[in-house]
Design a protein around this ligand. Structure first.
Ligand SMILES: Nc1ncnc2c1ncn2[C@@H]1O[C@H](COP(=O)(O)OP(=O)(O)OP(=O)(O)O)[C@@H](O)[C@H]1O
Ligand SMILES: [Mg+2]
Length: 728
């Protein structure tokens, strides 16, 4: 039901507009919007602009920035508030919501019927507009005709405020630069004396400065709220460690109930594919991207807003300004390009302040792909920009922050806030991110991921397109997604996505080598241990294609690596007499005999474990293992002190690694052996590695204990234990 406007004399006892005090403003808020009180710094912003002062307002996503210009529009008896918005969808939504509340609001855009536009212009020209709020695009402001109209309105004293929503779009340092926003810098000189309110959720200090300078704000009141979104729980999952990340997401959504969610993907085809997969699994969802026609897009949006569908699988253009309050999960199925973009997108969760979730699926391939796209985008930008080097550096630094968010073992919330220059105590998170809640588990995943990286980097087993990227990627097609500065060629909708053709191939490729999870690896290795492997046609791992075979070159490299580790062990144990070459061959053979035929990954892991063992093995351990081929070993005197035992990384979880360790190791081209030993802290002393059978038997005993209570199959238990921990 429509509600009439609250007569101002009721709100302020009939006094003049200027004297509207807090009480009157609260009355307006309650009457029109039904909110009991102002939130955060809303009132400060409102009071500032009503007194004629410029204001820069930095509030978190969903903080209620719109209210900072909507209430002033209602607090003046006459005149309008002009609101500049980057998206038509955003204007449409806000205007619709305001009209439903009985507030006279309109927007002007090329998508509107001429008749509607004429009516708005008539009202503006009337000298006594009935409109309270007029939403426009920055492009319209830049047209001489419209500016003349605005000046006329201003001369009549009817322009009360200019509000610039999503003001970070003005800055080329921001994550969402819109060149048309630059044109807003003339507003101050054309409309002197009209207060300007700049609003944003994501401006880092450099962007804040640029916004204030570009808009020529004069002694603005600068309001900054914390970026913290305490109701959002942050989590990262590692695609490379999951059996099937499609199924994983499906499980997450199903186990969360019929909740409202947004899943962000890099490409349109990925949206279609994932949406089809989720639908097949009984999840109510639809894809949304620029490849769909207008009708389909708006029907998806309507269905989602009205809860007919629960999940939208979309490209990043979806959501800016879409105010569905009860989004419980925002999932990034591919890594975003920057922390600012991530903050803005994940911030669409929990606008009702209730508990919500941000879940990011991080994959090494996605990461490389994104780096490629960003570099590619920068190349294009360089054609128009003088400071290409600076910009490229910035883009990649921004992206690196995002990578560190995923690859670091520290608090995720803290990382987000630090990106925006906020220093926060460690206690702030209160275990509302996975890294704080399950630090050991996260550290374990990171170590597994580091190992995967090293193996893939060394042996080029990456699934991504990098090797063929240069001939497949089309610069124009990728840049559409990453840069909104191609506005001349874009529709005003500004719905933009990345390339599709490539994505199809990429997606297909990404699904090919289905990874084994822990239980899968255990099963496979067990079979090997029992010498089942030669002819098992049912074993997926055994039937891996030749490309995964352990080559002679790899074996040679491993031997070399083991030799190095043996030499170090020799030195550590007081120049122990040992036949290094022979011992290295022996150990390498052991690894090969056990795991060589399963493929290089398992073989390589075994070599890595052996190297780790050598880095801490004591005299007795070495004698036991290498005594048969080193008769000289028994002649050596044992060391006086034995290194203390440390928990087995395999069973208890790994040594925590820092993100810089991780990057160094991934970057290192020279020696994987060195990288791996560096990753495990040199001061960490590890016990002898159990044989695989010993490990399996320990694990089986544990699992049997659990299965007695869970009444599930051993494999199910192993898998569920992992999954359950992640879902907590
Ligand atoms: N004082 C208030 N009390 C309660 N709810 C409020 C208040 N002010 C705004 N809201 C609600 O908060 C939600 C978010 O508001 P709004 O869209 O203005 O946020 P925003 O800061 O512009 O977010 P974004 O950065 O995502 O655009 C809306 O549903 C709005 O009705
Ligand atoms: Mg907003």
């Amino acid at each position: 039901m429509k509600k009439s406007a609250l007569p101002l004399q009721n709100a302020c006892g009939g006094s003049k507009n200027q004297s509207l005090g807090k009480e009157a403003l609260v009355k307006l808020l309650r009457w029109h919007f039904g909110h009991p009180e102002f939130r955060g710094k809303q009132l400060d912003a409102i009071e500032a602009v009503l007194s004629g002062r410029d204001c820069f307002c930095l509030m978190p996503t969903g903080g209620g920035k719109s209210m900072c210009y909507q209430i002033p529009a209602l607090a003046k008896k006459t005149g309008i508030v002009l609101v500049v918005c980057p998206l038509i969808a955003l204007m449409e939504n806000q205007v619709m919501a305001l009209k439903e509340k009985g507030i006279a609001a309109e927007y002007l855009s090329s998508t509107q019927a001429t008749q509607t536009k004429n009516k708005i212009h008539e009202d503006l020209d009337s000298g006594k507009p009935s409109l309270r709020l007029l939403y426009v695009t920055p492009e319209l402001i830049a047209t001489p005709g419209f500016m003349t109209k605005l000046r006329k309105i201003h001369t009549r004293g009817l322009l009360n405020l200019v509000a610039i929503d999503e003001a970070h779009c003005i800055s080329s340092w921001g994550h969402d630069f819109r060149p048309s926003y630059r044109k807003l810098s003339t507003l101050r000189s054309h409309l002197p004396g009209v207060p300007i309110l700049a609003l944003t959720a994501t401006a880092v200090p450099k962007v804040q400065k640029e916004v204030i300078e570009s808009l020529c704000l004069q002694h603005p009141l600068i309001l900054k709220s914390s970026f913290n979104r305490p109701n959002i729980h942050y989590e990262v999952r590692y695609k490379d460690l999951l059996d099937d990340f499609y199924a994983d997401l499906s499980d997450v959504l199903k186990s969360s109930g019929d909740v409202c969610a947004i899943v962000y993907c890099l490409e349109r085809t990925m949206c279609d594919d994932l949406s089809a997969h989720l639908s097949k699994n009984g999840i109510s969802c639809a894809a949304y991207h620029a490849g769909l026609n207008d009708k389909l897009r708006s029907s998806v949006l309507d269905n989602w807003i009205s809860s007919k569908i629960q999940v939208v699988v979309a490209t990043v253009a979806f959501g800016m300004g879409i105010d569905r309050k009860d989004v419980r999960i925002v999932c990034h199925f591919n890594i975003p390009k920057s922390m600012e973009a991530f903050y803005q997108e994940s911030g669409r969760a929990g606008r009702d302040q209730l508990l919500s979730r941000s879940l990011l699926y991080y994959g090494i391939d996605d990461c490389k792909r994104m780096k490629f796209i960003l570099s590619n985008a920068d190349n294009k930008k360089s054609k128009a920009s003088n400071s290409q080097e600076e910009l490229s550096k910035k883009t990649l630094t921004d992206f690196q922050q995002m990578v560190e968010y995923c690859e670091g073992s520290g608090c995720r919330r803290r990382k987000i806030l630090e990106t925006f220059g906020e220093k926060v105590p460690a206690s702030l998170c209160g275990k509302t991110c996975d890294a704080c809640k399950h630090p050991n588990l996260v550290a374990k995943y990171l170590e597994e991921l580091a190992n995967t990286c090293i193996v893939r980097q060394k042996f080029g087993s990456s699934r991504i397109f990098m090797s063929s990227s240069s001939d497949t990627i089309n610069e124009d097609r990728t840049s559409e997604f990453w840069n909104r500065d191609d506005e001349e060629s874009c529709s005003e909708d500004d719905i933009s996505d990345s390339d599709d053709g490539l994505a199809v191939k990429n997606l297909a490729r990404s699904k090919l080598p289905k990874k084994l999870g822990i239980s899968g690896k255990i099963e496979c290795l067990q079979r090997l241990e029992e010498r089942y492997y030669p002819d098992k046609s049912s074993d997926k791992q055994i039937n891996k294609p030749e490309k995964n075979a352990t080559s002679d070159t790899l074996r040679e490299a491993s031997k070399q690596r083991l030799q190095n580790a043996l030499k170090q062990a020799q030195q550590r144990l007081g120049n122990l007499k040992i036949e290094v070459e022979k011992s290295a061959s022996f150990l390498e053979n052991e690894c090969y005999n056990k795991y060589g035929k399963t493929g290089k990954s398992f073989y390589y892991s075994q070599v890595a474990s052996t190297v780790r063992w050598l880095s801490s093995a004591d005299y007795t351990g070495l004698t036991n293992r290498l005594g048969t081929i080193n008769s000289s070993l028994s002649d050596n005197a044992p060391p006086e002190t034995e290194p203390p035992a440390a928990p087995s990384p395999l069973v208890e979880g790994p040594t925590e690694i820092t993100s810089s360790d991780f990057h160094d190791s991934v970057r290192s081209e020279t020696s994987v052996a060195v990288s791996l030993t560096e990753i495990a802290s040199p001061s960490t002393r590890l016990p002898p590695i159990p044989s695989f059978s010993q490990f399996i038997n320990t694990k089986k005993t544990k699992d049997n204990r659990s299965s007695a209570s869970e009444k599930k199959s051993p494999n199910g238990v192993q898998k569920n234990l992992e999954k359950r921990m992640r879902l907590q």
